[in-house]
Design a protein around this ligand. Sequence first.
Ligand SMILES: Nc1ncnc2c1ncn2[C@@H]1O[C@H](COP(=O)(O)OP(=O)(O)OP(=O)(O)O)[C@@H](O)[C@H]1O
Length: 216
Amino acid sequence: MPEEGENKMSKPQIYVERTLAVIKPDAVHHADEIEDVITRSGFSVLQKRKVQLTPEQSSEFYAEHFGKMFFPSLITYMSSGPVVALVLAKDQAISSWRELIGPTNSLIAKQTHPDCLRAKYGTDDQQNALHGSDSFTTAEKEIRFFFPDSIVEPIPIGEAAKSYLARTVNPTVLKGLTELCKKKPNDPITWLANWLLENNPNKPKVGGGNYKVEES
Ligand SMILES: Nc1ncnc2c1ncn2[C@@H]1O[C@H](COP(=O)(O)OP(=O)(O)OP(=O)(O)O)[C@@H](O)[C@H]1O
């Protein structure tokens, strides 16, 4: 029997958000290690690019800080070597990534959030190893900055997600689940994964035509 109030629970929603992460020049030599933390923290890396920003590009990226005392040194720092830009996806990716990197000032981070990435890889209030978009609008803008050719389509949510899944995935998965119930294998997940690979309707099919082996 359902517990009282259980039927009032909201249905699970599919909601994936994207954010831009930048491994700044002072931490690029730790990029593999940082990417490992990223994936172990449940983010998917959708796109990745290593680039050296010119001072002009760095100024454009940090335009909101133009006029501040630290702006010139920020631009010198950001264009002092290559950076690695990554598009990360996860449920609440923007806030999760900001939480994982920690406070802006690495010296403060070391005291207040010793496990965060800026505490581990950053040095001071400027050389803080990592960047993370701070809002949905900024994330879209910053993803376009580093990946201008990518089409940032909205990730389907709610009804759009349901209809996308109903169209592209559910029919095949349902067939697989039906077969799974008939077979009841010892490792159902691996069995299902293999069944899906075997029965993927998008898998290129080898045509039944006559083949001639070209002799060299
Ligand atoms: N007081 C400061 N002195 C020197 N550099 C600073 C100072 N404040 C910020 N910066 C540099 O400018 C960057 C942008 O500052 P902002 O206030 O947007 O912090 P943030 O959002 O935590 O950092 P980011 O935008 O890099 O993710 C910081 O990451 C840091 O490198």
